[in-house]
Design a protein around this ligand. Structure first.
Ligand SMILES: Nc1ncnc2c1ncn2[C@@H]1O[C@H](COP(=O)(O)OP(=O)(O)OP(=O)(O)O)[C@@H](O)[C@H]1O
Length: 452
């Protein structure tokens, strides 16, 4: 069986040239269109990989407006198409603008059949390579996705975390996930639930830091009708809502001490009492917790009960920050490019400066920051490729700062942030590292609005 011929669309309004081109090349399935409308109809019906496009099309055969409109329409419909533009105008401006608008290559009329043949052959070759690349990237993605709940990673540290999660999922042990904000703790908790025998029951997540202390007890344990003003009906708490399944308590370090006692009782006896209720209700809920705080230090100074900690943390899983996962920022950026493609279908790739900036950035907000920057960049991007500027990661590189004061301030900010990060926000140690006094550091932080 022979492979189907590759499809080439020739957009040309001159019937003589049309004929000449139609017969010039062997080995392609050639389609011809005389204007933009026909070209788009063929594009929709045949999906050619390569298009040669005369920029001078009717109703503007002596200008280029119609050709550019066709180029834009082709790339909007099928961004991966390789468009080779032809310009009869000696002026170099139009081919250059066409390349800027996303054309792949150009040639000057009058046509040299051999030269154009080479350009077209190369366009098919590159198109095939790119398609293969995309296929492999997608395959790699679905491969890593299938490992555990949509988590994308290629870093050995993170793969180890995922193996641990897979292993502990089956055992009914309590798991505490430790990691900075945005490292994927909730995603991992959900993956743990999905890999556990409880997968077909509820997964309920609650962020303990986001709920006022006064409401947290009722959120977790529920309340009876009339238990307090405003309790107009009996309401189940999250522990009961997750019965048979898993309750994910994010930011467990923010649970106040009084409530820690109640939680401990639930873990010991596996019964709860709704607020205002007298009945003890047995509930089988698996608890998975997470925090970005230093829980050992909290136990040390009495802010977290150690007996509760030992109940909650039979297995402790430390999640590396994104900066500790070399290669992952680029991999995740491509994943998000794919995932948010619908926001702006014209954007199909990352420009080399974006790839470099993504790998170099420290990602203090981890995967969530990367996800947000990619989403914004995809929406804002003008061209087919996302640039470092679209990601807002080019600040320090090219633009000349407004004045020397701005440069000094930027340098101060950077080094103060580094010192604070290195000392975990300790002002005295940071001041020592920077060789300045504590009051001076305070003053600088105040004037630059920096938090420890
Ligand atoms: N390895 C990953 N692959 C794909 N997406 C990820 C990965 N890690 C995190 N994400 C995505 O990043 C975002 C932040 O992840 P998540 O909410 O799980 O972080 P978190 O550690 O729980 O954050 P926080 O502590 O601030 O609540 C989510 O949209 C999540 O889907």
């Amino acid at each position: 069986m022979t492979a189907p011929l590759r499809k080439l669309l020739i957009v040309e309004d001159d019937p003589g040239l049309q004929r000449q081109l139609r017969w010039a090349y062997d080995g392609y399935d050639i389609h011809v269109a005389s204007d933009r409308e026909q070209a788009i109809a063929v594009l929709r019906a045949e999906e050619p990989d390569v298009v040669t496009l005369d920029l001078g099309l009717p109703p503007d055969p002596d200008g280029t407006s119609e050709g550019f409109a066709a180029l834009e329409a082709i790339l909007a419909l099928k961004p991966h198409t390789k468009v080779v533009v032809a310009s009869g105008h000696a002026a170099l401006e139009s081919p250059r603008s066409a390349i800027a608008a996303g054309a792949w290559d150009f040639y000057q009329k009058p046509i040299d059949i051999d030269e154009l043949g080479l350009i077209v052959a190369r366009a098919f070759h590159v198109h095939a390579l790119e398609a293969e690349n995309r296929r492999l990237a997608e395959q790699a993605q679905t491969h890593s996705q299938s490992q555990l709940g949509g988590l994308i990673t290629a870093s050995p540290e993170m793969l180890k975390v995922m193996r641990t999660i897979e292993r502990v999922a089956a055992a009914d042990v309590s798991v505490m996930l430790l990691g900075a904000s945005g490292t994927g703790k909730e995603l991992l908790a959900r993956a743990l639930h999905d890999a556990s025998p409880r997968a077909n029951r509820a997964f309920v997540a609650i962020n303990c830091a986001a709920i006022p202390e006064t409401l947290l007890e009722s959120e977790l344990f529920g309340h009876e009708k009339g238990a307090f003003t405003g309790a107009i009906r009996t309401t189940l708490g999250k522990i009961e809502q997750a019965a048979g399944g898993t309750l994910f308590l994010d930011e467990i370090g923010d649970v106040p001490l009084a409530l820690q006692v109640k939680l401990l009782r639930f873990l010991q006896e596996r019964v709860i009492e709704r607020i205002g209720g007298r009945q003890q209700i047995a509930v089988d809920t698996r608890i998975v917790t997470a925090t970005h705080q230093d829980i050992d230090a909290m136990i040390g100074d009495g802010r977290f009960r150690d007996d509760l900690y030992y109940r909650l943390a039979e297995i402790v899983v430390r999640i590396p920050s994104l900066a500790e996962r070399p290669g992952d920022p680029g991999l995740l950026a491509r994943h998000f490019l794919h995932r948010f493609a619908a926001l702006n279908p014209a954007v199909v790739s990352l420009a080399p400066d974006a790839v470099a900036a993504i790998e170099a950035w420290r990602w203090p907000g981890n995967v969530r920051e990367l996800e947000n920057r990619m989403k914004r960049a995809i929406i804002m991007a003008d061209g087919k490729a996302i640039t470092a500027a679209d990601l807002d990661l080019d600040a320090a590189t090219d633009a000349l700062p407004i004045n020397l004061r701005a440069v000094r301030e930027a340098a101060d900010r950077k080094v103060i942030r580094q010192a604070l990060a290195r000392t975990d926000g300790n002002i005295s140690s940071s001041a020592r590292l920077l060789g300045i006094s504590r009051p001076t550091l305070y003053d600088l932080m105040k004037s630059y609005d920096l938090q420890p």
